[in-house]
Design a protein around this ligand. Structure first.
Ligand code: NAD
Length: 357
């Protein structure tokens, strides 16, 4: 069966992708291909050694290193990084890390139009989207602009082999969440659906092998391939209930990004599965279950993922407020949103129970 739809609008973005173990050693070639010769290397503080390794690999094309990328892209840090980029006369960015470092690169590009080479070391997928989330004084805003879309992505599975297993699992479920919601997105098209299904299949096949042997570079490669596909669909179609719930929980209750995605996903998908079971059938099939929501719960649990919001420190008393915020600003979802059903969903996610549908 194909993913044909009788009517659709499809969009794709111009990005060059270089994939393979050891490809980080070819970064200088990518810098030259952009016509650049003064790269600013970016990372978070814990990954500063990796950033220094990159500066060494890049050699005379490295103009500087900035290692202060932080979660949620605080504007004050982005402005400091822009000042630094101008001071050293950087003509391109090399962002090495997860979504936080990619976010910093995008924030600099948004303000300077510098071309970006992103080398992802988690599965978050931000490298493949024209979306930038930033925070000022704890308030998160999101914008979509082609200026922030990286020009080049270099995927090197050797770099992700150091991602600790718990983070590997939650980051993978974060990536799978993009693909899961893409299956029923209002603006989906045959290509976005095909990418989403292939992304889910890649994780379903390779994540258990990575958990069993975290340094298995071939399995790491297949998961990273999945992350590319899941990130690409995130850049192509709109998200729904699951992402709204995670933004609510992350933004208003300061819950950690990837863990929150991992916990909420089975519940949000089970909720929507009642309305669109056919759209979610490829997800259930990939995970070997009858229902996508329940199969996601089993898959996540078998990989050792957290399953209950209460284990992230959320108070049960906060669930009412979370439900109120989650239903504010009506947004499209395949199943109508009502406060009572969202409150029940949040309760189940808080308790960590297996979704029943
Ligand atoms: P992250 O980038 O904050 O990384 C988490 C921690 O893991 C950091 O300390 C980092 O240095 C470390 N780390 C990363 N890779 C590692 C590796 N291979 N080995 C050892 N340590 C490593 O986390 P994330 O989940 O990748 O990104 C989350 C952020 O990305 C959030 O702010 C989220 O909003 C954003 N995001 C944005 C988009 C978008 O399209 N704009 C998409 C997805 C996520």
């Amino acid at each position: 069966m194909s993913y044909f739809q009788p009517n659709f609008v499809a969009k794709s973005t111009p990005v060059r992708v270089r994939f393979g173990a050891g490809t980080r050693k070819e970064i200088a070639e990518e810098i030259r291909a952009l016509g650049a010769e003064r790269a600013l290397v970016l990372s978070t503080p814990p990954q500063s050694d990796t950033a220094m390794e990159f500066a060494e690999i890049i050699g005379s094309l490295a103009a500087g290193v900035f290692t202060r990328a932080a979660m949620h892209t605080p504007v004050a840090i982005s402005e400091e990084a822009v000042a630094h980029a101008r001071e050293i006369d950087a003509d391109c960015l090399v962002a090495v890390g997860g979504g936080s470092t990619t976010g910093l690169g995008k924030a600099i590009a948004y303000r300077t139009d510098l071309p970006q080479i992103v080398v992802p070391t988690t599965y978050a997928g931000s490298e493949a989207t024209p979306i930038l989330g930033q925070t000022v004084g704890g308030r998160k805003t999101t914008l979509t602009d082609l200026k922030v879309l990286p020009e080049v992505i270099v995927y090197d599975p050797e770099l992700i082999a150091t991602l600790p297993v718990p983070m590997t699992v939650t980051s993978a479920l974060n990536a799978m969440a993009h693909a899961a919601e893409a299956l029923y997105a209002k603006d989906r098209n045959p290509l976005s659906t095909a990418l989403a299904v292939e992304g889910i299949d890649a994780f379903a096949s390779a994540l258990p092998r990575v958990v069993a042997a975290p340094e298995d570079i071939e399995a790491r490669g297949e998961t990273l391939y999945g992350a590319w596909l899941c990130g690409t669909v995130l850049g192509q179609v709109g998200m729904a209930l699951h992402h709204k719930l995670c933004h609510t929980l992350g933004g208003s209750f300061d819950l950690p990004h990837a863990e929150t995605h991992a916990i909420v996903l089975p519940h949000a998908i089970a909720f929507n599965e009642e309305a669109v079971p056919d759209h979610l059938a490829p997800l259930a099939r990939a995970l070997g279950g009858e229902s996508a929501g329940a199969a996601l719960h089993d898959f996540a649990k078998s990989m050792g993922a957290p399953t209950a919001l209460r284990d992230l420190g959320l108070d049960e008393a906060d669930l009412d407020r979370a439900a109120d915020i989650a239903i504010e600003n009506p947004y499209w979802n395949p199943r109508p949103i009502e406060r009572a059903s969202i409150r029940a969903l949040l309760q189940a996610a808080w308790e960590g129970s297996k979704p029943s549908s």
